[in-house]
Structure formats: C-alpha cells, structure tokens
Design a protein around this ligand. Structure first.
Ligand code: NAP
Ligand code: COA
Length: 265
C-alpha cells in the first residue's frame, strides 16, 4: 500500500536539477505520481526530453537543458519551469559527478569538476531559485551522500563536495527560515540500478561485499529516496529544516559484520 495519500502534492510545482536520470528521476516520478508538476534539468537535452516523457508528458513534466556549474544557465532553466508551471514549491539539487581515483591520480581539474557540479551547483540552484519560490512553505532539498561524513578512499572530491553541501544547507536553513523556506538534505545509501553504484561497485562481487556490511543487508531503491523527498516536502515535515535525512539502511553506522567477530549472535 502507498504510504502517502493520493494527490498529496496536487497543486505543487517541483524543479529537480539532475532529475533526468537515476535517483533524482525516481524522485521526479514519485512526486508526479502524487500530483506535482515537475521540471527536470540536466546537461543533455535529449535525455531531459526522454525523462519528461517517461514521467508523464507535457501536462505533468518538462525536460530542460542546463549546466548547474553555469549560473546563467540555471537561471534560464528556472525561468522556463516557472513560465510553464508557476512558482516553485519544491526544489531539488541532485546533479552530481563521480569517478573513482586516488588523490594522487586526480588532476586539479578533476577535483574541481566534481566540487563544481556538486557543491557550487547546489549553491547556484538554491541561490537562483529563491526569487521563484512560493513563500512561505517552500521545500529545498540537496542530495548528499555518506561520503560527507565518512572519509572514503579514492573519493576526495566527493567527500569534500558533499560535506560542503551538508553545511551549506544548514546555513541556508538559518538565513531563509524566517521567510518560510525549509532547506534539508537527503543522504542516500547505495541505491540499486544507478550510475553512481555502477561506478563505485561495478561487479556483482563488489555489490555483495557492500550489502553484507549494511545493517538492512540490501541496496535501497529509487522509490525509497523518492518517499523521503516527498516526506520532506510535505506538511508532515513542516518543522524540519537544516536536517540531513539519512536513508541508507543503516550504512553510515558502520560495518555491521563486526558483531560476528565478538562471537555474539
Ligand atoms: P545519475 O543518474 O548520473 O544522475 C546525475 C544527474 O545529474 C543526471 O540527470 C545528469 O544528467 C545530471 N548532471 C550531471 N552533471 C550535471 C551538470 N553539470 N549540470 C546539470 N546536470 C548535471 O546519478 P545517480 O547515481 O542517480 O545519483 C544522483 C544523486 O544521488 C547524486 O547527487 C549522487 O551524488 C547521489 N547519491 C547517489 C547514490 C547512489 O547509490 N547512486 C548514493 C548516494 C548519493 P546529464 O548527464 O545529462 O547532465
Ligand atoms: N580518473 C581521474 N580523472 C578523471 C576521471 C577518472 N576516472 N574521469 C574524469 N577525470 C578528470 C578528467 O581527466 C578531467 O581532468 P583533466 O582536464 O585534468 O584531464 C576532469 O576530470 C574533467 O573531466 P571532463 O570529462 O572534462 O568533465 P565533464 O564535465 O565532461 O564530466 C565527470 C564530469 C568527469 C564527473 C563525468 O564523469 C560526468 O559527467 N559524470 C556525470 C554522471 C555521474 O558521475 N553520475 C554519478 C553521480 S554519483
């Protein structure tokens, strides 16, 4: 049974940066399924158009081309979304880049590229959307990751960027709370069928190795992250701001195989 009432988000408009694939497209579909109008944006215009069609077509979704690293491009995409569907109630900043490389195998441009997409991109999306928000009551959500709090080898760029995102959200929550804007982050654990996990765990063996350490013993689904985003954007979360909602089956708690080594079951 669906945990949310039908049409929970009817009358709401969402802009989802990085919403043209993966987890963020999952969020877009979940929100549209509950009645929201959604604009999804990514660099590739064909991918954006295909995503919008998959979500439900022009009455429900539009696909936009933008590069979150370029402020003017974000502003342009936001304006098109607002012209199509009206002021924004929900804004998700989920665009990201990742590759696995040791710090010594990463050029300055490689490091900068990921920080630019993830962290600077989140500032750009949130800063530019403010003028288009339905106030009070707007919900802004950044998509973070466990690397924000767990130092992770070969992920120097992502660790730095996602830690920055968590703290940026806290500052914006303080500055924008008085006008009725809530700013939160979601930190997903490993999510199945995503580009992120294809890069971080490219083999079935790597997936099993990760799953055996997770307290809930499995990857999460895009729908589960969609549900968290719906919750944070609903009235049920009206007093929640500046929070990082971790949705990871307990991954961040540590390696849950360790109890076995103590001989206690
Ligand atoms: P994904 O499918 O590769 O999604 C990335 C999205 O961002 C795409 O829509 C991509 O479209 C867009 N994008 C990339 N660079 C962009 C740029 N410069 N400007 C605008 N859009 C850009 O990845 P995913 O694995 O689902 O990850 C989605 C989010 O969840 C990311 O924030 C990631 O860090 C986070 N996350 C993922 C996992 C996981 O298990 N996958 C775990 C924790 C956190 P274009 O390529 O067309 O630009
Ligand atoms: N190892 C080391 N460096 C790498 C690398 C790798 N596997 N992949 C890219 N880089 C470096 C490049 O060499 C370049 O540095 P250089 O100019 O010093 O050579 C720098 O990163 C930028 O690469 P480029 O391909 O020009 O960037 P882009 O803006 O076209 O693409 C990426 C950005 C690299 C993050 C690309 O992987 C991407 O578009 N990712 C989006 C999808 C994604 O990562 N999804 C998962 C989200 S969790």
């Amino acid at each position: 049974m669906d945990p949310f009432v039908p049409n929970l988000l009817a009358g709401k408009t969402a802009f989802i940066a990085g919403g043209t694939s993966g987890i963020n497209l999952g969020i877009a579909k979940r929100m549209a399924g509950l009645g929201a109008k959604v604009a999804v944006a990514g660099r590739n215009p064909e991918k954006a158009a295909a995503a919008a069609a998959e979500i439900g077509g022009p009455d429900v979704a539009i696909g936009l081309s933008c590069d979150v690293r370029v402020y003017a491009s974000v502003e342009e995409a936001l304006q098109i979304a607002v012209d199509a569907f009206g002021k924004l109630d929900i804004v998700i900043s989920g665009a990201a880049g990742n590759f696995v490389a040791p710090a010594l195998g990463m050029s300055a441009n490689g490091f900068r590229t990921v920080v630019d997409i993830d962290l600077n991109g989140t500032f750009n999306v949130f800063r530019a959307c403010y003028a288009h928000l339905n106030l009070p009551g707007a919900s802004l959500i950044a998509i973070s990751a466990g690397q924000a709090v767990n130092a992770t080898m070969f992920q120097a760029h992502v660790c730095a960027a996602k830690a920055g995102i968590n703290h940026l959200c806290r500052v914006l929550a303080m500055e924008w709370g008085p006008t009725g804007v809530r700013v939160n982050a979601i930190s997903p654990g490993p999510i199945e069928d995503t580009e992120g996990m294809a890069r971080l765990a490219p083999t079935p063996e790597a997936r099993v190795a990760i799953e055996t350490r997770i307290p809930l013993r499995r990857y999460g689904t895009k729908e589960e992250i969609g549900d968290a985003a719906v919750f944070l954007s609903s009235d049920a979360a009206r007093y929640i701001t500046g929070a990082v909602l971790t949705v990871d089956g307990g991954s961040e708690l540590g390696d849950s195989r360790l109890g076995a080594s103590l001989g206690v079951s």
